[in-house]
Structures are given as structure tokens and as C-alpha cells.
Design a protein around this ligand. Structure first.
Ligand SMILES: [Zn+2]
Length: 156
């Protein structure tokens, strides 16, 4: 119960909302917020495909072009930044793989944005990539293989 005697409720389903001290008041309960995120997963992935994937490459390519013109100490910084973009891209790939693989249990957007690359997740990802045939891997992600794609989406 809040201080004014009015219990906060979810604006979607009307269920009471509990939140911890110090948090701002949530507008939706946890389940409704998950549904809210799930409804936006496709748009999120579409936007990520258009902008998120290319942003790291754009930064790395810009650093690479500057590498040719800059002085040696700056080249070192630029080269480190290129490597940093490479590591972030690999982390994004592993996070995206994990998020898509578990979709249905948690919104893809949340799983992807909360993913943290660590030793265990990196080892697990590369072990799985090395030991799983491509068609099985695509099936585990719920994606068609290239032949199946032509049947499902002839326009592609
Ligand atoms: Zn709700």
C-alpha cells in the first residue's frame, strides 16, 4: 500500500504492483512489461539489423582510414579501437545467438541487452558452434535452412 492509501496497479491488467524503495513507480507489472517487450521484439531486431550491426563496423572502418594518416602514437589508439569494436561485435553476436535461442522464455530485447559476455558464455558458444552441424543450429534457433527459406519466402 502506498503512503496515500492508494495501491499502485498495472495500467495494462490492473493487478497490484509491488516495487522496491528507491525505484520510480512502474507503469506495468512484470508480466505486462514482458508482453510489451515481446510485442516489440521484431522491430527491435529489424532496427538492430539496420543500425546496430553496422555501427561497430562503421567505427572500425573510420579508425582504419584514419590509421593511414595519423602519427604512430595515435595509430596505436586507433588500432586498439578497431580491436575493441571486433570484441564488441563478437559479444553482440554471442548475445544475439543466446537471446534468439531462448526466445519464448524471455523477450529477445531484454535477453540481448542484458547479455554479458564472460568466460563460460564464450566457451559455451564456441563449443556449440564447433560441434553442431549448421542445419541443426539453424533449427535450434527456429530459423529455416537456405533451401527451406526459398520455400517459405519465395520472394526472397
Ligand atoms: Zn499487468
Amino acid at each position: 500500500m502506498s503512503a496515500n492509501g492508494i495501491e499502485p496497479t498495472c495500467r495494462e491488467c490492473g493487478e497490484p504492483i509491488s516495487f522496491h524503495a528507491g525505484e520510480t513507480r512502474p507503469a506495468r507489472c512484470e508480466q505486462c512489461f514482458d508482453d510489451f517487450l515481446r510485442a516489440r521484439d521484431v522491430e527491435f531486431l529489424s532496427s538492430y539489423a539496420e543500425l546496430g550491426v553496422t555501427s561497430r563496423r562503421t567505427i572500425a572502418e573510420t579508425c582504419f582510414r584514419a590509421l593511414a594518416m595519423d602519427n604512430p602514437p595515435h595509430r596505436k589508439v586507433l588500432a586498439m579501437n578497431i580491436m575493441e569494436q571486433y570484441v564488441h561485435t563478437a559479444s553482440d553476436l554471442i548475445g544475439l545467438y543466446a537471446a534468439i535461442k531462448q526466445r519464448g522464455r524471455e523477450p529477445v530485447m531484454r535477453a540481448f541487452l542484458e547479455f554479458k559476455l564472460d568466460h563460460a558464455s564464450a566457451i559455451g558458444f564456441f563449443r556449440e558452434i564447433a560441434s553442431t552441424p549448421a542445419p541443426e543450429m539453424l533449427a535450434s534457433l527456429g530459423l529455416p535452412n537456405p533451401e527451406g527459406l526459398a520455400q517459405r519466402c519465395p520472394s526472397l
